[in-house]
Design a protein around this ligand. Sequence first.
Ligand SMILES: *[C@@H]1O[C@H](CO)[C@@H](O)[C@H](O)[C@H]1NC(C)=O
Ligand SMILES: *[C@@H]1O[C@H](CO)[C@@H](O)[C@H](O)[C@H]1NC(C)=O
Ligand SMILES: *[C@@H]1O[C@H](CO)[C@@H](O)[C@H](O)[C@H]1NC(C)=O
Ligand SMILES: *[C@@H]1O[C@H](CO)[C@@H](O)[C@H](O)[C@H]1NC(C)=O
Ligand SMILES: *[C@@H]1O[C@H](CO)[C@@H](O)[C@H](O)[C@H]1NC(C)=O
Ligand SMILES: *[C@@H]1O[C@H](CO)[C@@H](O)[C@H](O)[C@H]1NC(C)=O
Ligand SMILES: *[C@@H]1O[C@H](CO)[C@@H](O)[C@H](O)[C@H]1NC(C)=O
Ligand SMILES: *[C@@H]1O[C@H](CO)[C@@H](O)[C@H](O)[C@H]1NC(C)=O
Ligand SMILES: *[C@@H]1O[C@H](CO)[C@@H](O)[C@H](O)[C@H]1NC(C)=O
Ligand SMILES: *[C@@H]1O[C@H](CO)[C@@H](O)[C@H](O)[C@H]1NC(C)=O
Ligand SMILES: *[C@@H]1O[C@H](CO)[C@@H](O)[C@H](O)[C@H]1NC(C)=O
Length: 692
Amino acid sequence: MKKPSSLGGSNPDSQYRPSWPKVLVAISLVGIATFFTLYSHLPGLSYEGFRQQYYHDLVGLVGGALQSYAQSPYGRFPFPDDPFHFIPCTNATLLPALDDSNPVQSWARLFDPNPEHWSWGAPTSEQNVQGRDPYSGRGIYLCGYLQVPLDYTNKSEPRIVRLAVTKYQVSGLVRINTAINTAQSSSPAAGSKSERTIIVDPGGPGASGTSLVWRAAENFTKRLSDGKFDILGWDPRGVNASLPSIACFPHDAFRDRWSMLTGQYREAAGSPQVKLELADAMNNATFHACKEKYGDIPQFLSTAFVARDMEEIRKALDEDEVTGYLVSYGTSIGQTYANMFPHSVGRLILDALEYVRDHRQLGGFGWAALDNTTDVWRDGFLGECLNAGPKYCALSQPRGSETVSLQNLEDRMRNLLVSLSQRPITGYLESSGPSLITYSAVVSAIYGALHNADSWPALAQMLYELEAGNSTLATAFLDNSEWEYHPSTSCPTSPRPRPLSHELGPLVICADSYDAPLPPDGLLWWQSLWANMTTRSWISGNEEFFSVLPCQHFRTYWPPPAELYRGDLNHTLKNPLLLIAETHDPATPLRNGKNLLNEMGKNARLIVHHGYGHSSRDKSSCTDSIIRAFILNGTLPAEQETPCYADGKPYLYGSNTTEFRTGSAVAQDPIQIWREHIQELASWNPRLVLRR
Ligand SMILES: *[C@@H]1O[C@H](CO)[C@@H](O)[C@H](O)[C@H]1NC(C)=O
Ligand SMILES: *[C@@H]1O[C@H](CO)[C@@H](O)[C@H](O)[C@H]1NC(C)=O
Ligand SMILES: *[C@@H]1O[C@H](CO)[C@@H](O)[C@H](O)[C@H]1NC(C)=O
Ligand SMILES: *[C@@H]1O[C@H](CO)[C@@H](O)[C@H](O)[C@H]1NC(C)=O
Ligand SMILES: *[C@@H]1O[C@H](CO)[C@@H](O)[C@H](O)[C@H]1NC(C)=O
Ligand SMILES: *[C@@H]1O[C@H](CO)[C@@H](O)[C@H](O)[C@H]1NC(C)=O
Ligand SMILES: *[C@@H]1O[C@H](CO)[C@@H](O)[C@H](O)[C@H]1NC(C)=O
Ligand SMILES: *[C@@H]1O[C@H](CO)[C@@H](O)[C@H](O)[C@H]1NC(C)=O
Ligand SMILES: *[C@@H]1O[C@H](CO)[C@@H](O)[C@H](O)[C@H]1NC(C)=O
Ligand SMILES: *[C@@H]1O[C@H](CO)[C@@H](O)[C@H](O)[C@H]1NC(C)=O
Ligand SMILES: *[C@@H]1O[C@H](CO)[C@@H](O)[C@H](O)[C@H]1NC(C)=O
C-alpha cells in the first residue's frame, strides 16, 4: 500500500537537491514582475487565473503583516481557478473541517513546497536518460476536494459536503523554468491534465476511492489506457476522508467489541432466534447512535445523490462526458448515474455487476449476491487446487493413503467446519495470547479469500494445517482479518486515528430500499430470510444477511431520503456502457450482468469474463484489450455479448514465467500474503474485513 509519507523519502536519487527558494514576496515592482513571470507560464493558467491570484496575493499582503509565500520549482498550489484545489499530496493533506470559517486558506497552508515530500509515480526506465532531474516525466499524486450541496433538492439548505479527491496525473508536473525555456517545443500535455480523466470507484458502499487511487492508480492507467489518462478517485459522501464521514462509534475498538457478540453466524452453536435478537437490538442501538451523532444527514446519502456528486466531479473536470471504471457497488452508482445523466455518458465501464433494481427491495442488496459463491469455492478454490497439485496447493496433498478427489476434499472441509460450529478450536500466538478459531470467523475468511485467487495458496495452507490439528496459521490469519483495532498498530497516540466510516454502508443500503414495504411480522420474516440466504450459500449468506438486516430500523430514525432514483435503466445514452460480469465471482453473480444487459439493450455491451474472483482481476488479455479499445478509441464489440477467458489458472499464476518463485505462495510467507489480501479486500469491500 502506497502511503504518501513513505514516498517522499524513498527518492532513490537523494543527492539531487532541487534549488527551490522560499520566496519572500514584498510589495515591489520586482515582486510583481516575478509573479507575472511565474504565474503566466504555469500550464493551464489563464490570464484571468493570474489576475485573481495576483489580486489574492496583493490583498493578503496589504491586509496583513508581511507574509512569506512558499514557492516550489513547479509554482504554487493550489492554482486559483482549480475547482478541486489540488495540491501535491503529502502526509498532511487532510481536508479542512466543515466548521472551518476559511477552508480555502487552511487548505492552501497545507501546501508543502518541497517536492521531496510529494508523492511521485514510479519512474519508468526511459526517465533515467533524461538527466539529473529525478521527477522529470514521472506522474504525480494530487490531493484536493470538491464542495457539493448536502441536499441537492433544497436550495435553501446551506450545509455542504466536502468530498476528498485524489488524482494521479500521468504527465507529472512541469518546472517553471522548463516551461519558460521550452514553452514552444515541449509536449503540450506535460504537466497538465490528460484529455480524459478516468474516474474510479471501488464500491462498498463505504469503500474509499482515494485509497484505491493510492493503491492502484499506476496500474489502472496502464491497464485501462496504456498509461495515457489520469486516474481520479473520490471518497463518496460519508466515506473515509470526505466530510462528514460516518462513523457512529467513537473508536474502532468499540465497534469490534460489539461485533464479537452480534456477528455470530446462523450455523454456529446456539439458537438462531437468540442470535437474531442480539444482532437486531445492536442494529437499533447503532442507528440510534448515528441519529444522535449525525441527525438528519442519513437522508442525504442515497445512491442518487452519489450519482449527482459524480456529475459535479465531471463538471469540475471540465469534460463533456464522463470516463470511468466503477466496480461492484460502484456499478450501482454507474447504472444510476447513466440513467439520471444519459447525455453525460462517455466511456464508462462497470465491472463486477450488481443490478441496481434489486436494491429497491428489502434485503435485495444481500440476496442478489449469493448465486455463485459456492461455485467459486467448488470449481475454483478446491477444483483448481486439485488441478494444480500438491506442489502448488497444500490441500491437494494426500492424507495417508487416500487419494484426494473433489468430493472427498469437499467432505473433509465440511467436516472441519461442522466441528468448528460445534466447538471452536483453541489458538495461541505470543503476540496476541490465547484465542479461538470460530466457525463464523473461518467462513468469513473463506468468503473474503474467494474475492481474490492470489490468496488461495495461503488459505489452502491454513486450512490444511488446521485440519491436521495445527491452529497457528489460522490464529495468525484471523488476527489479521477479524478486527479493525489492533493495539500494537493503532495505539492511542495523538492525533488519535479517526474511526473507520463503516456505518455508511448500512445507511446507504437501507436508504436505497426505503420505499419497499416492511414485513408485517418483523423479525419472523427476517429469520426466514436468514434461513433462506444461508441455505443458498453457507459461505456468503450470513455476511450478506447482516448487511441488510439493519434496514428493519432505518425508518424509525429517518424520514424518506431526499431522493431515490426509481426510473427505468434503459434510457438512451450518449454512448453505450461496457459491462463486465464474471462467471465465478463470489459477490456479484453473472445473473446480474445478464439482467442489466437485458434491460439496457443497445445501450450496453457485456463481456462475460470467465475467471475467478471479484471483478475482472483474474487477468484476461481479451478483456483488457476490449477495455483499452473502448477507453482510448471509443470502440466497442459489435456483439451484445463477448466471452473472454482468463489467461492463467489460480495457484499457477506466473508458473510458466521465469520470475515465478518455485512453489509460489506455499514457499512464500502465507501470513504476508494474507496481510496483503486483507488490505486489498478492505479497499474493495470494507464490510467483509470487519466480520459482520
Ligand atoms: C510527514 O512527513 C514529514 C516529512 O516527510 C515527516 O517529517 C513527518 O514526521 C511526517 N508526519 C507524519 C504524521 O507522518
Ligand atoms: C430546506 O432546508 C432548510 C434549511 O435547513 C430547512 O429549514 C427546510 O425545512 C428544508 N426544506 C425541506 C423541504 O426539507
Ligand atoms: C501493479 O502491477 C505490478 C506489476 O504489473 C504488480 O506487481 C502489482 O502487484 C500491481 N499492484 C496492484 C495493487 O495491483
Ligand atoms: C481512509 O482509508 C484509509 C484506508 O483504509 C485509511 O488508512 C485512512 O486512515 C482513512 N483516512 C481517513 C481520514 O479516515
Ligand atoms: C430501539 O432503540 C431505542 C433507543 O435506544 C429504544 O427506545 C427502543 O426501545 C429500541 N427498540 C427496540 C425494538 O429495541
Ligand atoms: C451461477 O449461478 C447461476 C444461477 O443464478 C447458475 O445458473 C450458473 O450456472 C452459476 N455459474 C456457475 C459458474 O456455476
Ligand atoms: C504449526 O504451524 C506453524 C505455522 O505454519 C509452524 O511454524 C509450526 O511448525 C507448526 N507446528 C507443528 C507442531 O507442526
Ligand atoms: C429463498 O427465497 C427465494 C425467493 O423467495 C425462493 O425462490 C427460494 O426457493 C428460497 N430458497 C430456499 C432455500 O428457501
Ligand atoms: C424502457 O423499458 C420500459 C419497460 O420496462 C418501456 O416501457 C420503455 O419504453 C423503455 N424505454 C426505452 C427508451 O426503451
Ligand atoms: C485505436 O485506434 C488506432 C487507429 O485506428 C489504432 O491504431 C489503435 O490500435 C487503437 N487502439 C486500441 C487500444 O484499440
Ligand atoms: C504452462 O505451460 C504448459 C506447457 O508449456 C501448459 O500446458 C500449461 O497450460 C501452462 N500453464 C499455464 C498456467 O499457463
